[in-house]
Design a protein around this ligand. Sequence first.
Ligand SMILES: Cc1cc2nc3c(=O)[nH]c(=O)nc-3n(C[C@H](O)[C@H](O)[C@H](O)COP(=O)(O)OP(=O)(O)OC[C@H]3O[C@@H](n4cnc5c(N)ncnc54)[C@H](O)[C@@H]3O)c2cc1C
Length: 340
Amino acid sequence: MPPSRYRENEESKAVWVYLEQEEGTLENVSLEVLSKGRELADVMKWKLVGLLPGSGVHALAKEAITRGADEIWVMDHPLLTTFTIEGHGAVVYDAVMLGKPSIFLLGATHNGRDLAGRLAVRFRTGLNADCTNLHMDEKDALLVSEVSGFGGGVVAMIEMQNHRPQMATVRPGVFALSEPDSARRGKVIDVPVNLKPEQIKTRILERVRSGVVDLTRVPVLVVGGRGVNGDFETLKKLAEILGGDVGATRPPVDAGFIERERQIGQTGVVSSPKMALCCGLSGAFHLLVGIDKADVVVSINSDPEAPIFEFSDYYIVGDVSQYLPVLIQTLESQQEISHA
Ligand SMILES: Cc1cc2nc3c(=O)[nH]c(=O)nc-3n(C[C@H](O)[C@H](O)[C@H](O)COP(=O)(O)OP(=O)(O)OC[C@H]3O[C@@H](n4cnc5c(N)ncnc54)[C@H](O)[C@@H]3O)c2cc1C
């Protein structure tokens, strides 16, 4: 690989985080990555900087400071109102080449992934995508990115020895969100933006919102696997009673029983519910990645040897088609008693 765009010894000892916003609201994942960035920066006694491109986004800079940033570089310009790879890519590239941070982190949203891949090529550096954890090798001042590989069989610890910035993306829900501290003070720096309309080749014709809720932070997640035989209506009913929502493993999603946005796991959503109720799923590694952060895991499976049981706090060996209606009935009658 050719040398990076940074020249030797040019990197500044700082952790930078790309702050993605949509219509004036910061993406949760950006704040999660910022929270982790604070931990990494504290270990090294480095600065934590947020990069905030957009239009009319100054108020968000203050919010990011309450979540741990020391400095926010705001790039405010009408051509940055909506994400385009040409606009956001150009200003983020210029800012990083100006500040030369040692570490640059992004949330693995659609836009974050697009940006990270293209920028890594332009910086001539590597990119650790979809990391499951990040920490610092303090001795060598290197970022250690944990990435699951070989179909989930191993967790690789990757260090970038020679190329800069050390880039990584992290999916929503992987890191905890720190509590905001309204007393925190930080610097807001306005970075001049020289964008011209002809640079933006992307034309936004229509914006369509997905109707699916955010499963990363539901209190109760009812996950259905192949064993529910496509009966997600029963699961939805149960989730509603429990004040939660429904997710699924890959087979029922592939079979078209439920929307792809509800797939939980390595190639789906990473959720941090108080309780994950796993129904008729085996407990493959790829699925476990998505519920690893649940406080409590309860499972129902007809196979007494099902691997999910080893991962569960409580389990029932049984047929979901028999247990779930009884569970729903019991919970409903309890609700009736408590409302009486
Ligand atoms: C690169 C890669 C990425 C992947 N990413 C994901 C991902 O993000 N999410 C994901 O889910 N999968 C993912 N997979 C697929 C994953 O490896 C598993 O194949 C999948 O999770 C299995 O789903 P399952 O547990 O529903 O099905 P199965 O493994 O077939 O398990 C079905 C379970 O249901 C039980 N069962 C059957 N009938 C009943 C019944 N009536 N009552 C109770 N229990 C019953 C069975 O005992 C069995 O344990 C990925 C695979 C690869 C290679």
